[in-house]
Design a protein around this ligand. Structure first.
Ligand code: EPU
Length: 421
């Protein structure tokens, strides 16, 4: 297994280009199953999760390949609607083949994804939504068995849960509804840009959807969809991770090929903490010369502050003078990175679903263990400002979500490399 080795203390300077969004690409790749014809998806990042999705599409009987940022999928006529445990267990986003399989073939057998290190991750809202469209669902032996004895029918579906809206449940229901008979209204739909991206791809396939990006999405079912050619939006979480690293190292970085309008919550909090952010059409310049100031942050569904940036924000707070508070409203247990940051000298205390961060003057480089994708990113950016050497172990998590991470940081002047253990 590889580890990432970082020698901290360098200010980041220069330009970095953002890759396509993993969390858009995965559901869009699943959506290709809704047509027999070929779909081509561009700007797809070269990541482990993307290759897992390719393997899953092949297991379902589609022809799928990845080549230099482009995914080509030919589902053909004979889809096998069984998503095996071996693949689903390695990537939770596999669950988004459920809606397309059901809509396209009238049945789906998808392994239950289970929880993960960021906490319990139920799929009750996915199942409730699909049942609302007329599917019969039972869960046996670790598999969700969904059947549509008659054609799926449009329905009013409320998708609000105890933790707000659900991104992939909205995706699954939208993908099933596009081939249902009649009209579906999803209430309390997720408003994330990745949901909008999926809706745009589905519309290119011939779907009739309106209201995407708002809590009410309306879908008028159509009989058939065609293949489509589409380019994925830039990854807002990757972009913000580079923005945070520039802010932490008191650097001057132009983050390019990104969508500034997806970063309003981040811009708001970083501006309050003393970072200068200058928006242009597809880029943000990040500069910091003065001291960081403490802020309080609560994670919320979009357009709120993303849970997928909570760990990176905490790394920044760790070196911000004063006391900052971060409250996690999406995954109340998503604090695995705290003990690792504390091994680097931070002073972070957990109180229920909040972390109280007492800023320290210096972090000190240490060997640390990555627990999940975003926790790994937080440890890397903490390593960039720490004194001495930080070794981030279990980097396979990072390879699930950050394309060319070491190359991008190296081009900004960081001392970072990968070693085989
Ligand atoms: N929830 C339920 N029931 C459900 C579904 C979700 O109670 O049926 C709860 C979850 O437990 C959580 C909240 O609703 O408390 C929101 O979860 P959501 O369903 O929105 O998460 P997701 O769709 O499974 C996506 C991203 C995650 C990201 C979350 C929240 C993908 C592939 N994954 O997951 O990304 O954290 O939305 O924004 O899009 C990551 O990239 O590191 C990552 C974990």
């Amino acid at each position: 297994m590889d580890k990432i080795v970082i020698v901290g203390g360098r200010k980041l300077k220069g330009e970095v280009e953002i890759s396509g969004a993993k969390n858009s690409a995965l559901p869009i790749m699943a959506a290709t199953l809704l047509a027999e014809e070929e779909s081509i998806i561009e700007n797809v990042p070269d990541l482990r999760d993307i290759h897992t999705m390719i393997r899953l599409l092949r297991a379902l009987g589609a022809k799928a390949q990845y080549d230099n940022g482009r995914v080509v999928v030919r589902p053909g006529k004979n889809i096998k609607p069984i998503a095996p445990y071996k693949l689903v267990s390695t990537m939770r986003a596999s669950v988004c083949v459920l809606g397309p399989l059901l809509a396209r073939t009238g049945s789906a057998q998808v392994s239950l994804p289970g929880g993960c290190v960021i906490g319990p991750r139920p799929i009750d809202l996915h199942l409730k939504g699909l049942e609302g469209l007329g599917a019969e669902i039972d869960v046996q032996h670790g598999y969700v068995n969904a059947q549509a004895k008659k054609k799926l029918r449009g329905h009013d579906i409320y998708l609000g849960g105890s933790f707000g809206s659900s991104v992939l449940a909205t995706d699954n229901v939208m993908m099933a509804a596009v081939l249902s008979q009649g009209t579906t209204q999803i209430e309390s739909a997720a408003c994330e840009p990745e949901v909008v991206d999926l809706a745009r791809f589905l519309k290119k396939m011939g779907a009739k959807i309106s209201g995407e990006g708002s809590p009410r999405i309306e879908i008028e079912g159509v009989k058939k969809l065609r293949g489509a050619h589409y380019a994925i939006i830039p990854d807002r979480i990757e972009a913000a991770t580079y923005i945070f690293s520039a802010a932490m190292t008191a650097g001057d970085v132009l983050v390019k090929k990104m969508e500034p309008s997806h970063q309003n919550a981040v811009i708001d909090k970083l501006t309050l903490s003393g970072v200068r952010l200058q928006k242009s059409k597809n880029s943000i310049r990040v500069r910091r010369t003065g001291k960081l100031r403490p802020v309080d942050v609560t994670t919320l569904p979009y357009p709120g502050f993303p849970t997928d940036l909570q760990a990176q924000m905490m790394a920044l707070m760790a070196v911000t003078p004063g006391i900052s508070v971060i409250t996690e409203k999406i995954y109340p247990d998503r604090f695995m990175h705290v003990s690792e940051l504390n091994r680097m000298g931070s002073k972070i205390f957990i109180e229920g679903s909040s972390a109280i961060v007492h800023g320290v003057k210096h972090l000190s480089g240490a060997p640390v263990m990555a627990s999940d994708l975003r926790a790994s990113a937080a440890l890397v950016i903490a390593g960039l400002v720490a004194e001495g050497t930080t070794e981030v172990h279990r980097v396979y998590h990072l390879d699930r979500g950050y394309e060319k991470l070491e190359t991008k940081f190296t081009s900004l002047g960081a001392s970072i490399h990968r070693e085989r253990e």
